[in-house]
Ligand binder design. Structure first.
Ligand code: HEC
Length: 150
């Protein structure tokens, strides 16, 4: 065996190592994708209204102030769990109504509180938004984000 690492040996370690870890990376990526498609998201409840709700979320850039599942801005509360915080798992209509009145009451104008704009959403848009927030609240995120505040 050579005393020192030869140039060829070093090259082999480099290429071998790169290929090895690239293969692990591809494997983990495939696994994550498989998990998302089969375990974490429930495609059977993924309705058109959920998709429309997501578009409303995107169109009005709610993420510029809010985080959802830990992703987004930290000016306003996490919304991935707002459905469960408002008791939506036991009382869907109640949570829907809470969302409706919340959206209607903004901006609150309460001094010292951060303000949320008025988006003038229609009844149907609020319903779609509620469906989107409900669906999102049921994604299995492996307990991410780790606390309620996102
Ligand atoms: C300019 C920043 C801003 C944008 C954009 C914004 N929000 Fe908010 N939102 C806030 C703030 C600030 C609060 C907290 C207000 C308070 O507690 O008085 C809030 C609170 C909420 C709450 C109640 C959360 C809770 O835990 O009580 C909901 C639901 C909500 N926003 C939904 C939305 C939706 C849906 C959109 C997009 C259509 C949106 N927000 C866009 C700033 C924003």
């Amino acid at each position: 065996m050579a005393e020192r690492l030869t140039k060829t040996g070093a090259r082999n370690v480099f290429y071998g190592g790169s290929i090895f870890f690239f293969a692990i990376f591809v494997g983990l990526t495939a696994h994550s994708h498989y998990y998302i498609r089969t375990t974490s998201t429930d495609e059977t409840t993924l309705t058109d209204s959920v998709a429309r709700g997501k578009h409303i979320w995107e169109k009005h850039s709610c993420i510029n102030c809010h985080s959802i599942l830990g992703e987004g801005a930290y000016f306003a509360p996490e919304l991935g769990n707002v459905w469960t915080r408002w008791g939506g798992q036991d009382d869907r209509d109640g949570a829907r109504e809470t969302l409706r009145s919340w959206m209607a009451a903004q901006p609150s104008g309460v001094e010292g509180r951060r303000q949320m704009p008025q988006f003038n959403l229609t009844d149907e848009e609020i319903n779609d938004l509620a469906d989107f927030l409900e669906w999102t609240s049921k994604i299995k995120t492996q307990n991410w984000p780790p606390n309620e505040a996102g």
